[in-house]
Design a binder for this molecule. Structure first.
Ligand code: SAM
Length: 256
């Protein structure tokens, strides 16, 4: 089994391979504190020392429940939904974009087995340090880079997951372009992001909440449309509270 770091470097775009391996993860940002242009409070909190400490067990489940509503999926359900959508097989390469503390990255690592690779990508050093501290399957590796402009070469991964982060990025459209670019033909995508209510006054409240926290509120149907425009098919969406989970696949014949 090749070393995970070596394997990861072999998947990077030419020119990125001079990346430094620091503290157990490959770091393409070095001294730059923020991946891409800053977008506000929510993104800033992810770079602190305090939030990553409580993120996985308290922060994410609690805020996730508020956003998804009482009947929305639990954290365990989210992991199951992501695994079902990506249908990972042993030996495949999974990319967990904005992986945070690596809850999903580790689950994908189990699914791809020791011959596969599960890459957790995040811009926050403190999140990645916390991810590294958790016991992980041998296929897991971490990369510090900007999610909006993925450093991987074209058609290199079988599956992309991006949960609870697209609405935080400075340019979500560029991020979606990147996701489609790095996926192999036939590859799968699963996203969990914001979904603004359609009717007032809830719609206005959602908009204000988004502005204050620095998070974009996507309209219902907006993400599915963006995926269709990028060539995805089998696109599906489901809504819970102010969140949506959207899945899609690139056709096997999408590129010559
Ligand atoms: C709310 S957490 C989501 C973590 C995990 N995916 C989950 O569902 O629990 C958002 C993550 O996005 C990361 N992030 C925000 N903007 C980013 C960017 N431009 N590039 C890389 N990571 C980014 C933050 O550091 C943070 O770890």
């Amino acid at each position: 089994m090749p070393d995970n770091h070596e394997r990861l470097v072999s998947l990077l775009r030419p020119g990125s391979a001079s990346a430094e391996a620091s503290e157990g993860f490959l770091d393409l940002l070095g001294e730059i504190p923020q991946a891409g242009p800053p977008t506000g409070l929510a993104q800033r909190l992810m770079r602190t020392s305090a939030v990553p400490m409580i993120y996985e067990h308290y922060w994410r489940p609690t805020l996730g429940r508020v956003a998804k509503g009482l009947t929305g999926p639990s954290m365990e359900d989210e992991v199951r939904i992501a695994l079902e959508a990506l249908a990972l097989r042993p030996g495949q390469v999974a990319l967990d974009v904005a992986c945070g503390t690596g809850r999903f990255t580790r689950a994908f690592g189990e699914a791809v087995g020791p011959d596969g690779l599960s890459i957790g990508l995040d811009g926050s050093v403190t999140m990645l340090e916390k991810a590294l501290a958790a016991p992980s399957p041998p296929s897991v590796t971490y990369l510090r880079a900007d999610a909006v402009d993925l450093p991987l070469a074209d058609s290199t991964v079988d599956a992309v997951c991006c949960f609870a982060a697209l609405h935080m990025f400075a340019d979500p459209n560029a991020a979606l372009d990147s996701f489609a670019r790095v996926l192999k033909p036939g590859g799968s995508l699963v996203l969990l992001t914001s979904a603004r209510h359609s009717d007032q006054p809830l719609r206005l409240a959602d908009t204000v909440l988004g502005r204050v926290s620095g998070q974009r509120m996507f309209d219902r149907g907006e993400i599915t449309m963006k995926l269709f425009r990028r060539g995805f098919d089998r696109v599906n969406e489901r809504y819970s509270g102010v969140t949506q989970i959207v899945t899609g696949e690139l056709p096997v014949n999408i590129r010559p």
